[in-house]
Design a binder for this molecule. Structure first.
Ligand code: ATP
Ligand code: MG
Ligand code: FE
Length: 336
């Protein structure tokens, strides 16, 4: 089964050709980051407009690089939520048009299911059940992947997502957008034990997260220094903040694998490319004899190959979308 996959939920216009869910024949990503950087974040209207300009070209490139034509495609997969409604609509309309014109099955894919499925691409042996920590720009979920397309959410963030916290702290220390990769880099020059930022645990569940507290603590720390007209070390702030966040992510993930008796842990989403998180998680997994999986950085952030991987397993599960498929900006994982 060869799937043409389309992703346009945020600020990446992406298309990919994926065979049997695990073999990527092409993976084209047109990022709008330079455009949105000017505004310090994604501007929804600009994102939609840019997707319209780029999508046909990106799809053509994906087919060309995969050395195939639409004749070789068996199904169309497309992200239909969650994300920015205007941005999602561009991909959904395009996918519907191609599928209808070519009489191909259409498969609406959940964006976070895509992030999780990115792990299947480079880890051919990975199969459910496993625990997946999803840490992206808008989501922080601890998910038990019980089967293909079968998810049990153990915990989620009560406020900011992990990536959102990275981006906000980066802005506070003038690193610009997107901040995650910049904090990752600067933190390498700082001392992670320099400042004791809070490790927030949420009352009612051992698996839930909260990152607004650590973000506020960073902002308060900076304001305190400014009031005293004291110097502050941005690298130490970056390293200490990153440590505070990764400590909690590792703790919760380890509680999950232990309590559910799982032997495999995967991480997914943009923050999964964070070098400190990868190192800390690898160490914690080694200590417990748990198999640790993670995608290459290019498959952690938004791309269509991961949508193609998820679409394949949806296809296998008999899922087909109708011509009334619509964008669902706040689609929940496990819902259709
Ligand atoms: P969602 O998937 O929840 O809808 P999104 O698609 O915007 O949100 P992703 O593309 O998965 O999010 O990831 C982008 C996020 O990942 C940004 O917040 C970015 O700062 C963060 N990020 C990327 N690389 C790193 C890194 N090396 N360290 C920390 N954070 C990172
Ligand atoms: Mg993005
Ligand atoms: Fe994403």
């Amino acid at each position: 089964i060869t799937i043409l996959a389309i992703e346009s939920s945020c600020d990446e216009t992406a298309a990919a050709v994926v065979r049997n869910g695990r073999t990527v024949l092409s993976n084209i990503i047109s990022s709008q980051i330079d455009l949105h950087k000017l505004y310090g974040g994604v501007v929804p209207e600009i994102a939609s407009r840019k997707h319209i300009e780029k999508i046909n070209q990106v799809i053509e490139e994906a087919l060309c690089e995969a050395d195939c034509s639409l004749d070789d495609i068996d199904a169309i997969g497309v992200t239909y939520g969650p994300g920015l409604v205007g941005a999602l609509l561009v991909g959904v309309a395009e996918a519907k048009a191609i599928a209808y014109a070519r009489n191909l099955p259409l498969i609406g894919v959940h964006h976070i299911e895509g992030h999780i499925s990115a792990n299947y691409i480079e880890n051919k042996e990975l199969e459910p059940p496993f625990l997946c920590l999803v840490v992206s720009g808008g989501h922080t979920h601890l998910v038990c992947v019980e089967g293909y397309g079968k998810y049990r959410i153990l915990g989620k963030t009560k406020d900011d997502a992990a990536g959102e916290a990275f981006d906000k702290v980066a802005r506070a220390i003038d690193l610009g957008y997107p901040g995650g990769p910049k904090i990752d880099k600067l933190a390498k020059e700082g001392n992670p034990d320099a400042i004791d930022f809070p490790r927030a645990h949420v009352g009612d569940s051992v698996y839930d997260f909260s990152f607004s507290g650590v973000k506020s603590a960073v902002l308060n720390y900076i304001n305190g220094c400014k009031m005293k007209q004291a110097e502050y070390n941005r690298a130490d702030i970056a390293a200490s903040f990153q440590k505070a966040v990764t400590d909690v992510l590792v703790d919760h993930a380890m509680a999950g694998v232990e309590n559910y008796g799982l032997k495999k842990l995967a991480i997914a989403g943009g923050v999964a490319s964070n070098s400190a998180l990868r190192a800390a998680m690898r160490k914690a997994c080694e200590e417990r004899d748990i198999e640790f999986y993670y995608p290459s950085p290019i498959l952690c952030t938004d791309n269509a190959a991961m949508i193609g991987a998820a679409a394949f397993y949806d296809y296998q599960n008999g899922i087909r979308s109708g011509w009334d498929l619509n964008a669902v900006p706040n689609l929940k994982l496990g819902e259709r």
